[in-house]
Design a protein around this ligand. Structure first.
Ligand SMILES: CC(C)(COP(=O)(O)OP(=O)(O)OC[C@H]1O[C@@H](n2cnc3c(N)ncnc32)[C@H](O)[C@@H]1OP(=O)(O)O)[C@@H](O)C(=O)NCCC(=O)NCCS
Length: 173
């Protein structure tokens, strides 16, 4: 198992372009901010459960300073006009021993290309390698793409529906 902080894998998008799925680095701050700037309000709403576009210094520090043990973050990087651009990301945060909460966001123009599924696969592999047993998530009930990513992950998957939120549990073992 590759060390999580140095993780890197190349995947193909549905349109044949290459995407690198790699560990987030502290100097990705600008790249992440640019990706947030390109994401639609709906995408940010589905990720943050509210109309969020601005982030405090504390929130930014949380997003970029990951320890790759209790908090693991991967980004999806595509070449645009010869330059690597972050177009999405996925992360998990350990919330209890053996259990981590996952979340994803992909820039709209890259959604539906398989990046969410690829991030899920790589994050689950890292989580399994680290001995985690479950990945959990809270998903808005109308967020079919996210529910599909969990469903297609191949892991045992349960959902509990409550008004306004679906609680998802993925069993890694
Ligand atoms: C949810 C999200 C991460 C999925 O990433 P993605 O790269 O678009 O997902 P994939 O391309 O791997 O597609 C996963 C499945 O959802 C389907 N899908 C994607 N966009 C869809 C849409 N708008 N409507 C219906 N299905 C859709 C895909 O077709 C695919 O199913 P398939 O393999 O049967 O075709 C991404 O859409 C996103 O960033 N959404 C906004 C933020 C968010 O919802 N975060 C989740 C918080 S936990």
């Amino acid at each position: 198992m590759m060390e999580a902080a140095r993780y890197s894998a190349v995947e193909l998008l549905r349109d044949g372009r290459r995407v690198e799925i790699r560990a987030l680095k502290p100097d990705d701050r600008t790249g992440l901010a640019a990706a947030v700037g390109r994401a639609s309000s709906q995408t940010l709403y589905r990720r943050f459960f509210g109309p969020k576009r601005e982030f405090s210094e504390r929130e930014v520090a949380f997003f970029v300073n990951v320890d790759f043990v209790s908090h693991v973050a991967l980004v999806a990087v595509v070449e645009e006009a010869g330059r690597p651009m972050i177009v999405g990301g996925g992360r998990y945060v350990v919330v209890q021993p053996g259990k981590a909460e996952v979340a994803f966001a992909i820039v709209d123009q890259y959604q539906g290309q398989g990046i969410g599924a690829a991030l899920m696969r790589h994050l689950a592999a890292i989580a399994k390698g680290a001995g985690l047993k479950e990945l959990i998530a809270e998903v808005l009930p109308d967020n079919i793409p996210m529910l599909k990513v969990f469903e297609k992950s191949g892991f045992d998957f349960t959902t509990k529906r409550e008004p306004g939120v679906v609680h998802v549990v993925l069993r890694l073992s």
